[in-house]
Every structure is written in structure tokens, then in C-alpha cells.
Design a protein around this ligand. Structure first.
Ligand SMILES: Cc1ncc(COP(=O)(O)O)c(C=O)c1O
Length: 427
């Protein structure tokens, strides 16, 4: 039986209508930015394997870290126990974050990192007997698929079956250049009530909404308003963290820093799952008490798994090499050239860039929708031409591993341009 046949018998894939979707792509090996399919067909990993892979696949430094750590401690309970790699990782992350963010809580993925942040925010006020329960988020947000994370995300067809179980959230419109003042005055009205516990945002780029970008100036003003009226602020840097926006964190572009940040994806270089929630000393202090019930009573079996911590530390070693940010700067400049080329194609709309991310929409008669037919057409064309790139509806975007060469980047951009020209010629 082929791998695909065996898969179909027993596997249930994420975000997939199993009845109508085609066969999954078979990948048997990965190296650098290349994924190898059956018969050694090569695919460039143009979206970094769901935006996680930052240094390319099978990086030898990361491989060595995994093997060394396995020989040392593979796993140990983290309640009442510590180990060197967890402490090293926490120290190194805190040193890279703004001074305000001091205490590192470990979990397993982006959704849990967000979930932990929300629970910390709610309990922060509960522990101080303050009645603040409201949440403010941005329209279009995606923060993950657990219940809290879904609750604060965009409501719609993705989570309609679960909506009756969500808590209430006030959404601010996504800021465009023209309506920022109106949105900020709406925000002020919400925060003035002094019952908002927390504002949660994806800083500068909303990922799953279609790589929608907004300015650090707007975010600074929004964060300042939330803080002025005593609310906490969570930045969900699950997607934007670790170099995606051109700096290590999107918040590095901002003057006003959050009280809590959620990290995952690039944290472990796309090799092994892990999430971190880093809180300010002020948040942490609200859990200190003689009363045990004021503690943060939350944890996961694999909290601070030593192998995941070792991978994250090895990934930070690579970030500490100056070539990594030189590569990021090169990807930014190739992205710039790519945008110029895209702007000459008539079906292309709304080109934009944040660091290593280039995104745009293909104009279709259906408008912007995740289930756009163009998505399937584009996905299939790219695979046939050796590029693995998952469009978000009619939004196409490129966010490759930082180890990509100019030649490989150019291969992605020319396959995309050729696809767009086929669209242009039929419309
Ligand atoms: C901004 C953001 N937050 C949270 C998540 C959820 O992360 P995970 O898929 O690891 O649960 C994602 C995933 O795409 C994300 O982009």
C-alpha cells in the first residue's frame, strides 16, 4: 500500500475537508530550504512550513543540540524541578526582550502560549479582587485554536460551531491609514470604562487574516491608551517573533511594550513544539501570596521539555551570528524588488512587506475569501513548479527560512509571477 493510501486510512489532517481534498503531498526528507517529495522531487519551503522554520531544515547545530541534550536529560517533570537548559533559555530570552518582561512560563505551542497569557491576565485582576473581565482585540485576529485563543480571535466560519462557548470580546476595527483616529477614539471609550482586563494583538502583522500590516505608531497609541486606564496588554508574537518583521521581535519597533508576550513558532526554529509566555514583574508579583490558590495553577506534561529548550538555545546561537540578520536584510531587499515586479502585474493588489514577509492579493470576482477558487489553482500550480506555498484564500505571501539563497528566492518569485501572468492572460 502506498504512503498516501495508508495515510487516508488512519490520518485526520488539520484545516482539511477530508472528503473533498486531494491527496496530501508526500515529503520524505528535508534539507536547508528544500523539501524532498517521493521520487526526490524538490519543493522550496516558501512559507517556512507554517511559518516556523527560520534557519532551514536539518541545521547541523540544531541536530547536535538535540542529540547532546538527549544524552544528558531527555525529559523531567517541571513542577518543583528545574534543569540547566530551561534556565539558560529563560535567561537568554529575557535578555533579548524589553527589560520589562522578566518571567518565563513554558508551554507547548502558540495557542497554549496565548491561553496562558489570557489566564495570567484574568487571574492578575482576580488575585487583586478587581472586577475586570473584558477583553479588547482587533478585528481579523488569529491567536490559535484552543478555546480562549479562539474566543479572542476573529469570529467566523472557522469557529462557528464553538461560538456559543466563547467569552465576550470587544473588537476594534483593523486600522487602515484613514481611520486610525476613529479607532483610537473607540478604543479610548472602551478602556475608559476601567473594566477591561486585557488588550491582545498580533503586533504589526496579522498572520492568518492574510498578512495584514499596520503601523507601530498606531500600536504604540493603542497600547498607551490601554495602559493609561489600567488594562494589561498581550502581544501575540507567535508569528511575528524571531526575525520575521526584520527585527528579533515586532515589539522592537514599538516604544510602548506589552505586559505579556506569547512566543512560539520560530522559537524552536520549526523543529520541535514549544511555547513561551513571558510576563512583567508586575504581573508575576500579583501571584505571590501566602495563599496557594493565588498561584498560577496551570501546567502541561511537557512543560520546559529539555530537548525543546536545547533546540531553542541552539536557535538563539544562530540568531547571535551576524550572518543571520544579514540574511534577513537580504531577504528584505529581495522582497522589495519582488514587490516592484508584482506591481507591474494587473491582477495584483495591495502589495505589502514587513521584514521577510511579502504579501498581496490576487484580484478575483469573489472578493477576499479563504475559500477562493484561486487558492487551489495557485497551490497546485506552485507544487507543479517545485514551490510549497499555501495561499490564504486569494492572499499570496512569501515568508521563507532565513537561510534561503538569492537564487532560491528568485525561483519562488518567478514561479509566482509566471502564475500571475497566466491569470492575467485569461481575465
Ligand atoms: C499569531 C498567532 N498566534 C497563535 C497561533 C497559534 O499557534 P499554534 O498553531 O502553534 O497553536 C498562530 C498560528 O498560526 C499565530 O499565527
Amino acid at each position: 500500500m502506498s504512503l498516501i493510501e495508508r495515510d487516508k486510512k488512519v490520518v485526520w489532517h488539520p484545516f482539511t475537508q477530508q472528503q473533498t481534498s486531494g491527496d496530501p503531498l508526500e515529503i520524505v526528507r528535508a534539507e536547508g530550504v528544500i523539501l524532498f517529495g517521493a521520487n526526490e522531487k524538490e519543493y522550496i519551503d516558501a512559507n517556512s512550513s507554517w511559518w516556523v522554520n527560520v534557519h532551514g531544515h536539518a541545521h547541523p547545530h540544531i541536530g547536535k543540540a538535540i542529540s547532546d541534550q538527549f544524552q544528558t536529560i531527555d525529559h523531567v517533570v517541571f513542577a518543583g524541578v528545574t534543569h540547566p537548559k530551561a534556565v539558560e533559555l529563560a535567561e537568554r530570552i529575557v535578555a533579548k526582550l524589553p527589560a520589562k518582561l522578566q518571567k518565563v512560563f513554558f508551554s507547548d505551542n502558540g495557542s497554549t502560549a496565548v491561553e496562558v497569557g489570557l489566564k495570567m491576565a484574568f487571574q492578575y485582576f482576580h488575585n487583586q479582587n478587581q472586577d475586570r473581565k473584558r477583553v479588547v482585540a482587533l478585528d481579523g485576529a488569529y491567536h490559535g485554536d484552543t478555546f480562549g485563543a479562539m474566543s479572542v480571535g476573529q469570529r467566523g466560519y472557522f469557529n462557528a460551531p464553538f461560538e456559543p462557548f466563547f467569552f465576550d470580546v470587544d473588537y476594534l476595527d483593523f486600522p487602515t491609514e484613514e481611520d486610525q483616529d476613529a479607532i483610537l477614539s473607540h478604543a479610548r471609550k472602551l478602556f475608559e470604562m476601567e473594566d477591561v482586563a486585557v488588550l491582545i494583538v498580533e503586533p504589526l502583522v496579522q498572520g492568518a487574516a492574510g498578512m495584514r500590516m499596520y503601523s507601530a505608531e498606531f500600536l504604540d497609541q493603542l497600547t498607551a491608551i490601554a495602559h493609561q486606564f489600567g488594562s494589561l496588554v498581550i502581544f501575540d508574537e507567535v508569528m511575528t517573533g524571531f526575525g520575521r518583521t526584520g527585527k528579533l521581535f515586532a515589539m522592537d519597533f514599538c516604544e510602548h511594550k506589552p505586559d505579556i508576550v506569547a512566543l512560539s513558532k520560530g522559537l524552536t526554529a520549526g523543529v520541535i513544539p514549544m511555547g513561551l509566555t513571558v510576563a512583567s514583574q508586575k504581573v508575576y508579583d500579583a501571584f505571590l501570596s501566602e495563599e496557594k490558590t493565588k498561584a498560577f495553577l496551570h501546567g502541561h506534561s511537557f512543560t520546559a521539555n529539555p530537548i525543546a529548550c536545547a533546540v531553542a538555545c541552539a536557535s538563539l546561537d544562530i540568531f547571535d551570528q551576524k550572518e543571520t540578520f544579514e540574511n534577513i536584510a537580504s531577504i528584505e531587499s529581495w522582497g522589495n524588488d519582488f514587490i516592484e515586479e508584482l506591481n507591474t502585474v494587473s491582477c495584483v493588489q495591495n502589495t505589502r512587506q514587513s521584514g521577510t514577509i511579502v504579501a498581496f492579493e490576487i484580484e478575483t470576482r469573489e472578493g477576499n475569501t479563504y475559500f477562493s477558487d484561486i487558492r487551489e489553482q495557485a497551490y497546485t500550480y506552485f507544487l507543479e513548479h517545485g514551490v510549497l506555498l499555501r495561499p490564504l484564500g486569494n492572499t499570496l505571501f512569501v515568508n521563507p527560512p532565513y537561510s534561503i539563497s538569492k537564487k532560491e528566492y528568485h525561483r519562488i518569485s518567478s514561479v509566482i509571477i509566471n502564475f500571475l501572468l497566466t491569470i492575467d492572460s485569461v481575465s
